[in-house]
Design a protein around this ligand. Structure first.
Ligand code: UDP
Length: 465
């Protein structure tokens, strides 16, 4: 058996080029680097300049839209994904070949599960392939079972609730929107199913979650494929602190207004501020933005609202001026810093999986306003399973009205239930930290992976250069 020394192990990490995918995969690269592995992130030309992290090399590959990425593809999902497959396969191959001429050839590709073609590229070059899922184990379980024909996409009320081993019964409100409305985004639905098309050929499969968070789901899921839970992939300073100076992800597709936010927060009393963000992709209806806006005003709370430039036109006329004593509205910030701040008492979130893990890791209570995709089951878990917040009811038009927003926010911020929620949030924070700390379940899985890569003898499937 040939033993590779740790410094010979070189992992190439390939995220989908969106903020919510770059963050956890880059964090995984940093974790591997902290264990002595050489880690390189391959990402599109368009996003490469937004990534800078100690000990991580960034290499551009092409999605065929090198100037502006998805926007340059006119937000056409099908076009973007097929162009990425063609150009990405070619340029990823070239990158592997380039490193094969150096003392640090690529040992393994850790690819975003949205790119099953990357596994084919890995195999062509005789390197290991590891799929990385950026959503919950629950969501993996749902889509994998649909892909394998083990459960059907519900078509009518008689098919509900959807029953998935290890998950609570899911009514239509808690279904991922691509499952509830399969025709809404057929290209995304196809991509979510396609993640499992060649998974049996992957050498490793990782999910950005942790064992104790989804213990029952994990039992059902690992009957489907041998996934390892390695999360939460949140910068080390907020969890175990073992990676020196690791206070941020090291990737930002927008410029954060950090100083403005922290100066503003400094003057606020502990747990008095509501932080609101709908992540990097969601676009709310103007009606929903207005309900939130008036709800915040009526609540009388201090609030810091991240509203991307493209969303700001949906604010009621003159709103900023009207609330200037209580609220700060910015286009982008460093979310982790805000969540970690003692002034923050509640996170109004769209329940993207990273935001979900960040709220749990930092012990911040949530008010859930999920909009689409996997955010709906995430909200159900936050509210009913982990009990760290509330998911207010929408009306028949799918809008959370001002009064519902105000009363739910009150429950999360004040009173007996609020204390219970805070206790639960502290519990998950502790468990998240344990998972990634030395000897924790996620840490063990990452160590197993590193150890495996050090052993080059795997039935001859790995080239030793
Ligand atoms: N984020 C940030 N600043 C903001 C809003 C979001 O840094 O103003 C980060 C957040 O910390 C998270 C990511 O962007 O890591 C969003 O990922 P998530 O899965 O929550 O949502 P998505 O953007 O994919 O819908």
């Amino acid at each position: 058996m040939v033993q590779q020394s740790l410094s010979n192990v070189h992992v190439l990490v390939l995220p989908y080029p969106a903020q919510g995918h770059i963050n956890p995969l880059l964090q995984f690269a940093k974790r591997l680097a902290s264990k002595g592995v050489k880690a390189t992130v391959a990402t599109t030309h368009y996003t490469a300049n937004s990534i800078a992290a100690p000990n991580i090399t960034v290499e551009p590959i092409s999605d065929g839209f090198d100037r502006a990425g998805f926007a340059e593809a006119n937000n056409d999902v099908q076009l973007f994904l097929s162009s990425f497959r063609t150009n990405g396969s070619r340029t990823l191959s070239q990158l592997i070949q380039k490193y094969h001429q150096t003392p640090s050839p690529i040992t393994c590709i850790v690819y975003d599960s949205f790119f099953p073609w990357a596994l084919e590229v890995a195999k062509e070059h005789g390197v290991y392939g590891a799929a990385f899922f950026t959503n919950s184990a629950a969501v993996c379980s749902i889509f994998c079972r649909i892909h394998r024909g083990l459960i059907e996409v519900p078509v009518g009320a008689e098919d509900l609730p959807l029953r998935v081993p290890g998950l609570p019964p899911l009514d239509s409100r808690a279904l991922p929107s691509f499952v509830r409305f399969p025709q809404s985004y057929p290209a995304y639905m196809a991509m979510k199913l396609n993640q499992f098309s060649n998974l049996d050929k992957a050498d490793w499969m990782f999910i950005n979650t942790f064992q104790t968070l989804e213990s029952e789901v994990v039992v059902g899921l690992t009957e489907l494929f041998p996934a390892k839970m390695i999360g939460p992939m949140v910068p080390s300073a907020y969890l175990d602190g073992r990676i020196k100076g690791d206070k941020g992800y090291g990737a930002s597709l927008w410029k954060p207004l950090n100083e403005e936010c922290s100066d503003w927060l400094e003057e606020k009393a502990p747990r008095s501020v509501v932080y609101i963000s709908f992540g990097s992709m969601v676009s709310l209806t103007a009606e929903q933005v207005e309900e939130v806006a008036w709800g915040l005003k009526e609540s009388g709370v201090n609030f810091l609202w991240v509203l991307r430039e493209s969303e700001q036109g949906k604010l009621p006329c003159g709103y900023r001026d009207l609330v200037k004593d209580k609220g700060l509205i910015v286009a982008w910030c460093n979310q982790l810093e805000l969540l970690a701040h003692q002034a923050t008492g509640c996170f109004v979130t769209h329940c993207g999986w990273n935001s979900t893990l960040e709220s749990l890791s930092l012990g911040v209570p949530v008010l859930c306003l999920p909009q689409w995709a996997d955010q709906l089951p995430d909200a159900k878990f936050l509210d009913e399973i982990w009990e760290v917040g509330l998911w207010p009811k929408e009306d028949d038009n799918g809008i959370v009205r001002k009064q519902e927003f105000v009363s739910s926010l009150k429950v999360v911020m004040e009173g007996d239930r609020s204390e219970e929620i805070r206790r639960n949030a502290s519990k998950w924070k502790k468990l998240a930290r344990e998972a990634v700390s030395e000897g924790g379940s996620s840490d063990k899985h990452i160590n197993q992976f590193v150890k495996y890569l050090m052993s080059a003898d795997k039935n001859g499937s790995l080239n030793v250069h």
